[in-house]
Each structure stands twice: as structure tokens, then as C-alpha cells.
Design a protein around this ligand. Structure first.
Ligand code: GLN
Length: 324
């Protein structure tokens, strides 16, 4: 078989495995969609998609891969990249560390010793990172974030206004975190505007296929596999992959690194994106969540695919890795 035929055969095998998994896990109805943001509870809990995009732009799509949902915490990864690009590591590290917390994503916890948020993948860190988005006033800053998304998605994203409004109306815990950070001098005194921006970036609508494309872009040294655009600098992708692996799944990050071993980020909208450096992005969407705020079916899909295709980053053979 030629190298290309072999690749196609492997992709077909992968697609078939995803389809089988989708069928087998569809009856799994454990967990519940997030309801602390009231609008998120209105989602159809049965929706289920698996998507993958390779660094050379091949798409694999199973189930409801075209259905839109809000990106939620997966935005934290992209915003962290934007902050690193705009301000550099040192400036960002003064405000947000890189230590996994072992606490829930919305814990009201700061790194007291360093006077900064613990890491950018939990709400405190993400709000501190959002504070760093440049622009004069909310509209300009929303535009800055939107155009970042546009580079990742290859199209202008929509914001789910109902979810945005719902978060704004009920996000008092995030407000508490933000005002605590203001009182410690970690963020600037425009808290309501920054929170509004944070809620907006969480309310951006994506599909599983979009998430897989985002993953493939980060996996591809920051170059979008289809548009060819350098979306985020290559050296920044290293930092994104590191915090995704250590903190991306909140207080489940350790177990995830052990059993799945793929840098990943989840969101309470039900999405999870995994990034296989040099190979591609893998995404699952299923809104029923476990107690950590991670998609129940999503975890199962990643666990099983990682096993079957030996995707763990530290797997001795890593057969999917191309020689580069
Ligand atoms: N917008 C959500 C919040 O702030 C994001 C949380 C998440 O996806 N884990 O609570």
C-alpha cells in the first residue's frame, strides 16, 4: 500500500470507530446539562457529536456535528493565547499563574503568595486574562475577541444573545471573583465591562467541527489547516498545550492526563476539544455533564479513542504521530 492509501485506510478505520462509539454511547444519559446558567438548561440533552480535523484539513464528522452550542470555558484557552501574544508571558504571569488548583472551575480562590489567579483555565484566571483584552470600551473589546475567533474558525462567529444575557443576569459568583481580584489589584477598575466581555466570549456559538478545527490549528503550530493563516504564534501553542494538559479539565485534570493523556479543554456547554500535536484536533459535543462540569459522553469518547488509537501523549509508540 502507498503511504497515502495507508493514511486513508487509517482515517476510515478511525471514522468507523467514532461512528460505532457514537451509536454505543447514545443511550448513555448520565449527568445533566448545566443549569446554573438558566439558558443552558434549555438545550436538547440528547444531542451528540464527534468531530475530528487533521492538520492537513481532513474532516471526520459523526452525529450532530453541525449543531451549534456555546463554547463556554473552551474560550479560556483561546483568550489565554491572545493575552500571551498581545502582552508577552511575563506580563501575563504577573496576573495569572499556571498551577492546577484541584478546586472546581468557579472556586473563589487566588494564589495568595504570588497575588495572582491560579491558572487561566479556571474562571478567576480567565477573567484576569479577559481584563487584558485591549480596546476602548466594550464594543471595541468584543470586536477584538470576535476577530480572534474569526481567525480560528475561518468565519465570523455569532454570539448567543440569550445565553449572554442569562450569564450577565445570574453570574454573581463570577462577579465575586472579579471584585476580589480588583481589591487585590490583579485586574483593572472596569469590572462590569470585563465581566460582560467574559460572558460574551463564553456565549460564542460553535459546532463540534469548529472545535476540532480550533484543535487542529493549535496542533499545527498555530497555522489554520484550511486558510493557511498563522492564527497564533508557534511558541504560544506550546504554552496553550501545557496548560490544557495540566489544567484544562479543571479538578479532573490529573485523572484525565493519566487516563486520556491528550491536552484538552472542556466547557459547560457540553463541548470538549482535544489537541494531538502534529496530528489534529478532536472534539465531542454532548450537553450532559458530570460533577466536574465535563461532558459525560465526551469523557467516554476520549477515553476509548485514546485507548484504541494509542493517543496518550506519553504512549511509548504514538503510532499516529507523523515523522516531522
Ligand atoms: N461561562 C461559564 C461560567 O463562567 C463558563 C464555565 C465553564 O464552561 N466551565 O461559569
Amino acid at each position: 500500500m502507498t503511504e497515502d492509501a495507508e493514511r486513508q485506510a487509517r482515517l476510515a478505520w478511525f471514522e468507523q470507530t467514532c461512528s460505532n462509539l457514537h451509536e454505543r454511547l447514545s443511550p448513555l444519559t448520565e449527568g445533566k446539562p448545566a443549569s446554573y446558567i438558566p439558558e443552558l438548561a434549555t438545550v436538547d440533552p440528547d444531542r451528540f457529536a464527534i468531530a475530528a480535523v487533521t492538520t492537513d484539513g481532513e474532516h471526520i464528522q459523526v452525529g450532530d456535528h453541525g449543531d451549534a452550542f456555546t463554547i463556554q470555558s473552551i474560550s479560556k484557552l483561546l483568550l489565554y493565547g491572545l493575552a500571551l501574544e498581545t502582552h508577552g508571558r511575563e506580563h501575563v504571569l504577573e496576573r495569572v499563574g499556571v498551577a492546577p488548583t484541584g478546586d472546581s472551575f468557579n472556586a473563589i480562590v487566588l494564589d495568595d503568595e504570588m497575588n495572582r489567579a491560579p491558572n487561566p483555565m479556571v474562571n478567576a484566571g480567565a477573567i484576569a486574562v479577559t481584563d487584558l483584552v485591549v480596546g476602548d470600551g466594550l464594543d471595541e473589546r468584543v470586536e477584538e475577541v470576535r476577530s480572534m475567533y474569526e481567525r480560528y474558525l475561518g468565519r465570523r462567529p455569532e454570539i448567543d444573545r440569550a445565553v449572554w444575557e442569562s450569564e450577565r443576569a445570574t453570574g454573581n459568583r463570577n462577579r465575586a471573583i472579579a471584585y476580589l481580584m480588583l481589591s487585590r489589584g490583579i485586574i483593572r477598575d472596569r469590572v462590569e465591562e470585563t465581566l460582560d466581555l467574559y460572558f460574551a466570549q463564553c456565549s460564542v456559538l460553535v459546532t463540534a467541527d469548529d472545535l476540532a478545527t480550533i484543535g487542529a490549528t493549535i496542533a499545527n503550530h498555530g497555522v489554520h489547516p484550511e486558510t493557511g493563516e498563522q492564527v497564533v504564534r508557534s511558541e504560544v501553542t506550546r504554552d496553550l498545550l501545557t496548560v490544557a494538559l495540566t489544567c484544562g479539565m479543571y479538578d479532573y485534570a490529573g485523572e484525565w492526563a493519566f487516563s486520556v493523556g491528550i491536552p484538552a479543554k472542556s466547557g459547560v456547554g457540553g463541548g470538549i476539544v482535544g489537541i494531538l500535536p502534529g496530528v489534529g484536533g478532536l472534539a465531542v459535543f454532548s450537553p450532559r455533564l458530570d460533577g466536574h462540569g465535563n461532558s459525560v459522553r465526551g469523557l467516554r469518547v476520549f477515553e476509548e479513542l485514546s485507548q484504541e488509537f494509542e493517543m496518550h501523549l506519553f504512549h511509548p509508540d504514538r503510532p499516529w504521530r507523523r515523522a516531522d
